[in-house]
Design a protein around this ligand. Structure first.
Ligand SMILES: *Cc1c(COP(=O)(O)O)cnc(C)c1O
Length: 357
């Protein structure tokens, strides 16, 4: 891929804040972006250029029918060799292809995806923060850009990548979060788009998220759409429970997002000798386990938060505390292993880290 690179004047470039603790999540963006157009059946004009607003027709299909997909991944400052590494980027590239197929968009080639990230993150290397818990969040996005109001798949797309240096996703840091279990609204049904990272899945979740915030919780836990009983996942994370010493997470049956962190956590847990079952627990089983004490830990897993311990469930106006609002030993162990590999604190036996050249 022949990328045309236009760099911003040195004098106009931004910098990381002096205190990386103040980064927050997705509030400032780096100096450059990658952009690639799909037109006349071909990907053309790949460019890296100064970060800018897009210019779109007000009739662009994405603005009306939400033909849009995205990815979320991170570049980590390596504590051993001071380099920068991506974490399993080929899985995000593949998932973006899968999302594109589900939304009937032009799949973005995996080799272009990986090359675009290498080039863009390479140029923006100095934007990768180094404080513990910080990283450079990467947002590959694809939108239907054709000017047309008739309901059909776009013939034109824009693929672009923007970067934002981030601190911890939850302002609480690595402390147990409170989760709102949604009894009525649903996120995904079999045959729907739950497995795709597509904007509409998130806009339709916002009303429930508001209910969650009003109840003092930071995310929504979704139950299955048929019986409102089985736990599927949490807002932007896959959900795990430790019940009777077994680690449970919902299976990938089409309604749950195929998380890269989920897959990594399952592998790490198995290699630590834990028993892992990809089986959905019902909310009743979870509440029963909390009461009996057999449900010892709960945590969410996703790129944005890595591993987030869950300390409280709020379900039908009742609060249930897990492990007395403490971080459990398995959650802590998996967090240490996962972030240890991501930040180059411990050796990566899996080859998950892909260095930026
Ligand atoms: C992105 C996302 C996840 C986590 O996926 P990762 O690849 O681990 O970041 C889980 N659930 C939903 C709904 C998501 O959007």
């Amino acid at each position: 891929m022949n990328v045309e690179i236009t760099l911003k004047d040195d004098s106009k470039r931004g910098t990381l804040p002096k205190d990386e603790n103040t980064l927050g999540f997705g509030r400032i963006f780096t100096d450059h972006m990658f952009i690639h157009e799909f037109k006349e059946g071909m990907w053309q004009n790949p460019k890296i250029e100064p970060y800018r607003n897009l210019s779109l027709s007000p009739a662009a299909l994405v603005l009306h029918y939400a033909q849009e997909i995205f990815e979320g991944m991170k570049a980590f400052h390596q504590q051993n060799n001071k380099g920068v590494s991506l974490f399993r980027p080929e899985l995000n590239a593949q998932r973006m292809v899968d999302s594109a197929i589900r939304m009937d968009m032009a799949p973005y080639p995996i080799d272009y995806f990986l090359e675009a990230l290498q080039k863009l993150v390479g140029i923006e290397r100095k934007w990768v923060p180094s404080l513990v818990g910080t990283s450079l969040y990467i947002r590959p996005t694809m939108i239907a850009s054709q000017e047309a109001l008739g309901l059909k798949s776009s013939k034109e797309y824009l693929f672009y990548v923007i970067l934002t240096p981030v601190g911890p996703y939850f302002s609480e840091g690595f402390k147990p979060i409170k989760i709102f279990v949604e009894p009525f609204f649903v996120r995904a049904v079999l045959g729907g788009t739950g497995e795709a990272k597509t904007g509409g899945n998130y806009s339709s979740s916002l009303l429930a998220l508001k209910k969650a915030f009003d109840a003092g919780c930071s995310q929504v836990m979704w139950l299955d759409a048929i019986e409102h009983k089985y736990i599927e996942e949490v807002g932007t994370m896959n959900q795990f429970f430790v019940l009777d010493e077994v680690i449970y997470t919902a299976p990938l049956t089409g309604t749950v997002l195929r998380g890269v962190t989920r897959e990594s956590v399952i592998q790490l847990a198995k290699d630590q000798g834990y028993k892992v079952k990809e089986e959905a627990l019902s909310i009743d089983q979870v509440i029963e386990g909390i009461h009996s004490g057999n449900l010892s830990e709960a945590f969410g897993a996703g790129t944005a938060a890595s591993i987030a311990p869950v300390g409280e469930l709020f379900y039908k106006d009742k609060k249930y505390h897990i492990n007395s609002l403490n971080v459990g030993p398995i959650t802590q162990k998996l967090y240490d292993l996962l972030t240890g590999i991501q930040y180059g604190r411990i050796q990566d036996p899996y080859g998950w880290n892909v260095p930026i050249k």
